[in-house]
Write a protein that binds this ligand. Structure first.
Ligand SMILES: Cc1cc2nc3c(=O)[nH]c(=O)nc-3n(C[C@H](O)[C@H](O)[C@H](O)COP(=O)(O)O)c2cc1C
Length: 305
């Protein structure tokens, strides 16, 4: 057994074609599992891999002679593909331009996003790195304004059922257990979120997903690195941007569908298979506004050593 994920526990099978192998040792260099060694001028499986092959596929794609096959953990040699010409790689400046011109979009044109475009976004997002392959990221895709709004409306009903969580009496009860910063965070951020989301939805205004034509919910499993769904969502956001769409990440949904009365029913309705530490909703659509200039951003700290 290699490292377990929700999809597989098996160790992948690695075969080396001794006739093809030229003994270059590139597989030895790239395998982080210490899975290869060179014996008598040919690649061989090492006696002491760290975890057992987790099917990252690096050995297969680095081998100049195509001598290595990895099968298992949702990977086969059929999953390999040739690169497009290196010259079509976006350079730093075009990537930076894409990043700098991106804004969080909360106003969308009344224009559907086609299934073809959704698939392009997912194809790009699936290239995201993951803590342990195969990816344990799950995605719920809400297609069309009505489905997105229904999701928001169900979410607001869920918040409403659990509104006691931000009530004055509960805050007072928890004061001895929470530090000052947490109390302030609840009062200044969490409680207003409940008020705005529920209050607006009651007036027919969707302040949760902003009437977006598409929403993706990226979430993980109890096995995966909590960062996995966030990275996948970031890839999807960048892909959407490159396709002329706008997007906005929504962090306020995931934490509130993990617990409380009605949360399981909500998750079941949307086939959300796992509770997970992290998750993120990404709304996508054609932006209604065009921005005239960019905003310079900074990190809180960058310390060089
Ligand atoms: C992780 C994450 C969570 C976010 N959650 C929300 C959200 O719940 N609702 C919302 O309207 N915007 C949300 N945003 C958008 C931010 O508010 C937005 O990035 C910020 O206003 C900066 O604007 P910009 O993206 O145009 O630079 C989120 C962004 C990120 C990265």
């Amino acid at each position: 057994m290699s490292i377990p994920t929700s999809r597989t526990e098996e160790t992948a099978t690695v075969t080396i074609d001794q006739l093809k192998c030229n003994g270059c040792g590139k597989c030895v260099t790239v395998c982080s599992d210490l899975g290869f060694e060179i014996i008598n001028g040919k690649a061989a499986r090492s006696e002491k891999p760290v975890f057992g092959c987790m099917a990252c596929g690096q050995c297969m794609v680095v081998c100049p002679e195509n001598a290595i096959n990895v099968t298992g953990r949702c990977l086969t040699p059929d999953d390999l593909f040739p690169f497009t010409e290196p010259s079509v790689k976006p350079d730093y400046n075009s990537l930076l331009q894409l990043f700098q011109s991106r804004r969080s979009i909360r106003k969308f044109r009344d224009q559907p996003v086609s299934r073809e475009v959704i698939d392009l976004i997912l194809t790009a997002a699936q290239t995201a790195p993951m803590g342990v392959p195969p990816s344990d990221v799950n995605v719920v895709v809400l297609q069309g304004k009505e489905k997105v709004r229904q999701f928001s409306s169900d979410y607001c009903n869920l918040l409403d059922k659990n509104r006691w969580f931000v009530s004055g009496w509960f805050m007072a009860l928890m004061t001895p257990f929470y530090d000052k910063r947490t109390i302030r965070f609840f009062k200044k951020f969490i409680r207003p979120i409940y008020d705005i989301y529920i209050g607006s939805m009651n007036k027919g205004i969707d302040q949760v997903t902003y009437d977006a034509p598409v929403a993706f919910y990226f979430y993980g499993t109890p096995y995966c690195d909590p960062a996995d769904p966030i990275i996948a969502a970031t890839y999807a956001m960048t892909a959407a941007e490159s396709l002329g769409l706008g997007s906005c990440m929504l962090g306020a949904i995931h934490p509130f569908i993990q617990f409380g009365s009605g949360a399981k029913e909500f998750r079941d309705k949307y086939k959300i298979r796992f509770k997970s530490r992290e998750g993120l909703v990404l709304i996508v659509g054609y932006p209604k506004v065009k921005y005239a200039r960019g905003v310079k951003r900074t990190f809180a700290n960058v310390d060089f050593f």
